[in-house]
Structures are given as C-alpha cells and as structure tokens.
Ligand binder design. Structure first.
Ligand code: PMP
Ligand code: GLN
Length: 379
C-alpha cells in the first residue's frame, strides 16, 4: 500500500528485545528495570482492582491523582499547575508526546528535534504532514549548539522538542540552556515540547532543570512525565502532560479520541502511593547513581570506552577498539556472538551518526549487570 511512514520499520526496542530472546542474550537494550516497583504501590494497584476501580477513569485523569501531581510539581519545581485545567493523565509519555504534537502541529509546519533523539518523535511529526528538522547534538557531551537552533528557525517552525535528561546520552540541559531556548522562542508562537521522563534521575548532585522552573518557558510548554520511569513500572503505561490552560484544551481534544482515558486502577494506586510515600522519587538519584557506578566499575577492565553519564539510566560506550563497523552491524554481532543486547544510535538519528557508540541500560539488578559485564569484558 501507499505507506504514510516509508522510513519507519519495527522500532529498534522490539527488534533488540526479540533478538535478545532468540540468542539468550543479557538484555541491556530496551530501557526497562529488571526489578519490581515498590511493594506499597503494587499492593495499592491490587486494592484498586479489588475495590472496583475497573471502569473508565475521567477523561483527563482522576482528581486525586491530578491533585498529587500538582503538589509534587510544586514541591519539585516551584510551579503549581492548576489541578483541573493544566494536568492530563495519559497512557505513558508516548501517548502524551503524540497527543501534544498532534494537537498543535499542522501539515507543512516544522518541528526542531535534536539528533540523536527518542524514536517516537519523528513518526508523530510526520503523521501530521509536518517536517522534523534535525539538529545534531555535539558529542561527546551531546550539548546543544544554540546558534544552529537559531539558524534553523523559520516562519514555519511550530515546535521545538527537547529532552533532558537525554535518551540515549544522559546529557542534561542547564539553566543557561533554558535561557538560550527562551531567547529563541520569545516573540514567536513556537511551542516547546519538553520530554522530562528521566526528571528524577540526575547524578553527582545535579539539579534537573525542568522547563517548569522557568515561568516564561512554562507558559508555552508541554512538559511530559512518565510514572513508568519513576516507579519502575514501564508496563503500566501511565504518564502525564502539564501545560498551560489553552494548550491543555487542545491536548485533550486529541487525548479524548486517542485513548479517551488511561488505566484507571493505576491512577488510583498512584494517587494513594504518592500521598503515603512522597519520598520515593527523592531517593532515585542515589539509587541509580549506585547502579551507574557499579556498572562502570564492572566495565572498567573491558575494551569499551565509557562516556560520562550525567543523568538517565543509559551508559553510552565506544566500541571502536573492538570492531571497526557501524553500530547496526556491531549491535547485531554483539547480541548474536557476544550474548548482550544493546541499542545502536542510528535509529535515533536522521543520518547514520558515523560514531562507534552503543547504548547499554543499567536499570538492572547486580546479577544482570554482572552477567552482562562478564560477557562484555571477554570481547
Ligand atoms: N521519552 C523518552 C525519552 C523515553 O526514554 C521513553 C521511554 N523509554 C518515553 C518517552 C516513553 O515513556 P512511556 O514508557 O511512559 O511511554
Ligand atoms: N523508552 C525505552 C528506551 O528508550 C523503550 C520504550 C519502548 O520500548 N518503546 O529504551
């Protein structure tokens, strides 16, 4: 048939998880924890199902959950979104990203994205008949060249999509970066879409610079969060979007016909859990920093070169000392011959990046990390 998405195949996350199964490889590819969500949260989910929260939730999310989100957002970023008008609960961050793009981007318009970037952005843009304008981040720190962004803005630019902490590199935007962005969008009608799903996972004493800390940007932004990332339950597919009233109105026009509402029992569980344990996410930096440091120590004897990881739960490694081939070929060899599944960066970029980098997920138990490291150190 005449496909609408000629460049799109099956997402690399499914491809690599399938290969990991076939080759009995340790799966450090697709980003998900191999440990369980907090017990209190699982209990709350079971209770919610046993107590009859099994029918449709309100379209924009339950009131107790939106109340908890507003309080948490205020505690974290000093910005309290309006509980009724500025928060929408979604079926994961993936749905929120799609709904935000579909709500404001028209055919023929342009959305600025940074390469490498998460693989769901571009298809969502293309399905609107719009164009993704790719700006490469500058390796090895994966920083933004704001002059290039300024030069890329045209009268057709409708949106700039940022992601901090960044998948796949872990780079984090600074307050100065947000100032640069604010200066670029000031006086335009450009909307910012800020993917902050790793907001609680930053290291070495860093602070996450949410767009919500920046009132001028917050006034024109969708900010996207994922309960899956924060509470180790990626399979529950619950997230949310915070946006000013006018943007939220448009967002909900899409959300109500994309899914109508999201998994009701999980909304009840999170409302209860956030009220009873408002600490969990404050412990995430130390929790994941210990994993990051353990993983890096395990890989130190290997021939992989480890890039810095300021945030997120992925480690980029340079494999050029092991084999001289592109990342698609190397990741296939690694899963088939090396027994470890990883994610290449090419599917996150418009053009093959030309680097010799792979992404490894360290949201894993010690046993998994050790099994992977033993294999990786043999190469
Ligand atoms: N954005 C980024 C940067 C991600 O890494 C992910 C998940 N890997 C998502 C969005 C999607 O989140 P969710 O699972 O909540 O849909
Ligand atoms: N966000 C996860 C990652 O980057 C995977 C999400 C997915 O499989 N769609 O690995």
């Amino acid at each position: 048939i005449d496909t609408k998405l000629p460049k799109v195949g099956t997402t690399i996350f499914s491809v690599m998880s399938q290969l990991a199964l076939e080759h009995k490889a340790v799966n450090l590819g697709q980003g998900f924890p191999d440990f369980e969500p907090p017990l209190g949260l699982r209990d709350a989910l079971a209770r919610a199902m046993n107590e009859g929260r099994n029918q449709y939730a309100p379209m924009h999310g339950t009131a107790p959950l939106r109340e908890q989100i507003a309080s948490k957002t205020e505690r974290m970023y000093g910005h309290r979104p309006d509980v009724d008008a500025e928060i929408t609960v979604t079926s994961g961050a993936t749905e929120a990203l799609f709904a935000a793009i579909a709500a404001v981007v028209r055919a023929g318009e342009e959305v600025i994205v940074f390469d490498p970037s998460y693989d769901s952005y571009e298809p969502a843009i293309e399905l609107q008949g719009a164009k993704a304008v790719h700006i490469p981040l500058i390796a090895p720190a994966f920083s933004v060249d704001w002059q290039r962004v300024r030069d890329a803005v045209t009268p057709r630019t409708r949106m700039i999509l940022i992601n901090s902490p960044h998948n796949p590199s872990g780079a984090v935007l600074s307050a100065a970066d947000l100032e640069e962005l604010a200066a670029i969008v000031r006086g335009t009608d450009i909307v910012v879409l800020s993917d902050e799903v790793y907001e609680h996972i930053v290291y070495d004493g860093r602070q996450h610079e949410s767009v919500l800390r920046h009132p001028e940007l917050a006034a024109r932004s969708f900010v996207i969060s994922s309960f899956g990332k924060t509470y180790h339950c990626t399979g529950w597919k619950l997230g949310y979007a915070v946006a000013p009233r006018a943007l939220t109105v448009e967002f909900r026009k899409v959300h109500q016909y994309l899914t109508f509402c999201s998994f009701h029992p999980a909304q009840a569980a999170f409302a209860e859990f956030l009220a009873s344990d408002p600490q969990h996410y404050l412990e995430l930096p130390a929790f994941y920093q210990a994993k990051r440091d353990r993983f890096r120590a395990l890989l130190a004897p290997s021939r992989f070169k480890l890039l810095d990881v300021p945030g997120g739960y992925f480690q980029l490694v340079d494999y050029s000392a092991i084999r001289d081939e592109d990342d698609l070929a190397f990741s296939r060899w690694l899963v088939e011959q090396g027994g470890v599944a990883a994610i290449p960066l090419t599917p996150f970029c418009e053009a093959a990046p030309g680097t010799r980098l792979l992404r490894l997920c360290f949201a894993k138990s010690d046993v998994t990390m050790e099994a992977a490291a033993e294999r990786l150190c043999r190469l």
